[in-house]
Design a protein. Structure first.
Length: 290
């Protein structure tokens, strides 16, 4: 996957009339809108910027809102325009997920906003894992050597309770800490879909549960970034890529990481699951080659 470059132009942006909501917040309020104008795709983030790009191009052009500073534009780029540009311009896919790198590959935590994705990734970084993604994970599904995660530029969005729990400073981690690792690739070892559940007993927590291929597909698709409106061919490509993901990477349901008091126990469960999932993936691949 090539790299994308961001270019700022302090000129008025085209405002399409056919915009559709492509990203919403947890209360279902629109965050970003998508539209087309000829070969160009637009992602607009109100009061931040409008971004345009096209298939096959490695350039994303940002038209900032007159009152938006560079940090606000960059946040809008990382959280809204970049995941869509990866799909449209580069032919990859993106999940609403955070990730760390283990010996077996990337451990991916997908889920809704406030589900605990960043908390789990940051907590695992305190156990020696490298943070690979925050809130947006790109992946390539059509590689000959498996499904691979792509390290995108990011700034860790560490929420105040998690920062206080670890005595950390919000914003202390970014992809820049990896230097030349931006846009590099690692195999995906496992995907954990975070769920919010009411625990029947204090201190209890369901163990990670391996999802069937059908359930895994519906789960990961619910956390996919997709440009709207999509053409029929774009929809077929997206579905094919996610089918490849769930066929080659184990997907687990996992109770979310918001309960900081139970965080260590949750991390233990994740670490205990990874070797088994990696072994099963290898066994399945070997079986398929016989």
């Amino acid at each position: 996957m090539p790299k994308l470059a961001l270019q700022l132009r302090r000129t008025p942006a085209f405002c399409p009339a056919d915009s559709r909501v492509i990203i919403s917040d947890p209360d279902d309020n629109p965050v970003a809108f998508g539209s087309r104008r000829g070969p160009e795709h637009w992602v607009s983030v109100p009061e931040r910027a409008a971004f345009r790009f096209r298939a096959g191009s490695e350039l994303v052009v940002a038209h900032p809102h007159p009152l938006a500073d560079d940090d606000a534009v960059l946040d809008a780029y990382h959280g809204a325009a970049l995941p869509i540009a990866v799909q449209v311009a580069l032919g990859g896919q993106t999940l609403h997920a955070s990730a760390v790198v283990a010996d077996a590959g990337a451990l991916v935590f997908c889920g809704d906003s406030y589900a605990g994705k960043t908390t789990l990734a940051f907590a695992l970084s305190r156990r020696g894992y490298r943070i690979w993604a925050d809130d947006v994970l790109a992946f390539e599904a059509r590689s000959a050597d498996g499904v691979r995660g792509v390290r995108l530029p990011f700034r860790l969005n560490l929420r105040a309770p998690t920062a206080a729990h670890f005595n950390a400073v919000p914003g202390e981690v970014s992809s820049a800490d990896g230097g030349s690792e931006e846009w590099t690739r690692v195999p995906l070892a496992a995907v954990f879909a975070l769920e919010r559940v009411e625990l029947s007993e204090p201190g209890s927590r369901p163990a990670p549960r391996r999802l069937s291929p059908g359930a895994a597909l519906m789960t990961v698709l619910s956390h996919a970034f997709c440009f709207q409106p999509q053409t029929p061919q774009e929809r077929r490509t997206t579905l094919a890529d996610y089918l490849e993901l769930v066929a080659r990477v184990p997907v687990y349901s996992l109770t979310g990481g918001q309960d900081l008091g139970m965080l260590d126990a949750l991390l233990d469960e994740v670490e205990a699951t990874v070797p088994a999932s990696a072994a099963r993936s290898r066994t399945g691949s070997e079986g398929g080659r016989r």
